[in-house]
Structures are given as structure tokens and as C-alpha cells.
Design a protein around this ligand. Structure first.
Ligand SMILES: [Fe+2]
Length: 241
């Protein structure tokens, strides 16, 4: 069994379509870690695609923001403008679907959560080595997939000590070790690589690999500008930052 693990799509239909096309050649099923909406110009089509393709989806902070479960003062001005724009454009069915998403899910031996398995509703970022290592006590499965920071990374813990890697991540799952993998962002990468990121979890081969997929950034940027969303949100797609 092979899963594509997607996070932080952020209404970027061009990136999501490219990732799903790439994933079709490498996986059997799709899992999603939230932030399907927010920032990009196509929230509705992204929710429809994820809802149709994914076996499990958990909520991100942007889902909670657009359905009114997260105070927008928590957001910076760009995220707030995007959340308000998105909220006005989602139909009732879409909003109810997003509002009903769970904060965590378990698939096989993996926990899915948007931000951190420790108090998922606090939306803490796992960035440093210490952030990740401190989160292992908060889940019971062997693996935990996270997103939220938009930067791929992997933490592991076992008898031979802790391990941590940022950036391009390919992890072989050794017996007796536990792992947290940040799969990066489909629709708004922030590691200075503008290509979409997602992870392939090959259960039988015991491997998790972050893949990068080039997509039509120019169209995604143009749609954001045409929608009247902040120009910064268009420009950062080209920079991958
Ligand atoms: Fe996000």
C-alpha cells in the first residue's frame, strides 16, 4: 500500500492538480493534513478534489478560520484577508464539510494532524529539532504526519538516539524507531523551492519520501491577482517563500 500525504494546498488548484497527476503514478490512496483553503484563488475546487480523492482529511487552522472556529486576530493581515475572501466564496455544503473535519485521524500505523499532535487545536509549529522531539509523547502510533510550517522535515526517536533532517526528506522506517514527518506544502512552499511538495508513504517498502512537482505557477499567481487577493500571496509562490 502506498499513500500520497498532502498538506497545505491553500486553494492552489494548479499545484494540487499537478501533485495528484504525479501521485497517480506512485500511490494507491491519498491522505490530507488540512489547510486545503486560504491564500489561493480556487478554494472550492480544491475542497471538491480533496473530498473526492482522499481517504482521510483532517482540519487545518485555515479550515477553522473560514468556518468561524478560529479568531481571525490570530492571523497576519494576508492570512486574514484570504480567510475573509475565502469565507465569502464557499457555499454552505463546502463550509459544513470543512467544519466537520476532525483534528486528528489514524490510518494504519500513522497519526495525521495538521500542526502538532500535542494540543492540535493550539496550532503550534514543529520547526526545530526540539519542537519535534517533544511531540513524540503526544501520539501512540509509530508514525505521525504533520504540515503547517510548509517546510519538509523529519524527526525520529529510537534506541540509537534522536535524528532530525530538514529539506529534501527520504526516510527508511527502521524497526524500533518512531517518526514525525512534515510533508511540506502543496500550494505554498516556503523552503525557497517553488515546486509543490508532498510525501509518498510506501507501507510495504517502509519508506517515506518527499517528492517535488513543478506546476503552473504563473496561472496560480495570475488568478490570485485577478481575484483581488493581496499581491504578496501571488509573488511568494514564485519565490517559494
Ligand atoms: Fe498552511
Amino acid at each position: 500500500m502506498r499513500y500520497a500525504v498532502l498538506s497545505d494546498i491553500h486553494g492552489n488548484l494548479e499545484a494540487l492538480s499537478a501533485v495528484l497527476a504525479d501521485a497517480a503514478e506512485h500511490v494507491d490512496d491519498v491522505l490530507c493534513l488540512g489547510d486545503v483553503v486560504g491564500y489561493g484563488a480556487d478554494p472550492g475546487p480544491c475542497v471538491d478534489l480533496v473530498g473526492a480523492r482522499a481517504r482521510a482529511v483532517v482540519a487545518g487552522n485555515h479550515e477553522h478560520a473560514v468556518v468561524g472556529r478560529l479568531d481571525l486576530s490570530w492571523f497576519n493581515r494576508y492570512a486574514r484577508a484570504a480567510a475573509e475572501w475565502t469565507r465569502e466564496r464557499l457555499d454552505g455544503d463546502c463550509a459544513s464539510y470543512l467544519g466537520a473535519l476532525p483534528l486528528t485521524a489514524v490510518v494504519g500505523d500513522a497519526t495525521l494532524v495538521h500542526a502538532s499532535p500535542r494540543q492540535p487545536q493550539e496550532w503550534d509549529y514543529l520547526v526545530t529539532e526540539e519542537d519535534g522531539l517533544a511531540a513524540f509523547a503526544a501520539f501512540d502510533t509509530r508514525l505521525c504526519f504533520v504540515g503547517h510550517s510548509h517546510v519538509p522535515a523529519a524527526w525520529s526517536l529510537g534506541s540509537s538516539g534522536p535524528d532530525y533532517a530538514r529539506g529534501e526528506v527520504s526516510v527508511t522506517l527502521d524497526a524500533g524507531r518512531r517518526y514525525i514527518v512534515n510533508v511540506g506544502s502543496v500550494g505554498q512552499p516556503r523552503d525557497r523551492d517553488p515546486r509543490a511538495a508532498y510525501a509518498v508513504w510506501d507501507v510495504d517498502a517502509k519508506r517515506v519520501t518527499v517528492r517535488r512537482v513543478a506546476y503552473d505557477v504563473a496561472t496560480a499567481r495570475a488568478k490570485i491577482e485577478a481575484a483581488g487577493l493581496p499581491r504578496f500571496l501571488a509573488d511568494r509562490l514564485a519565490a517559494g517563500a
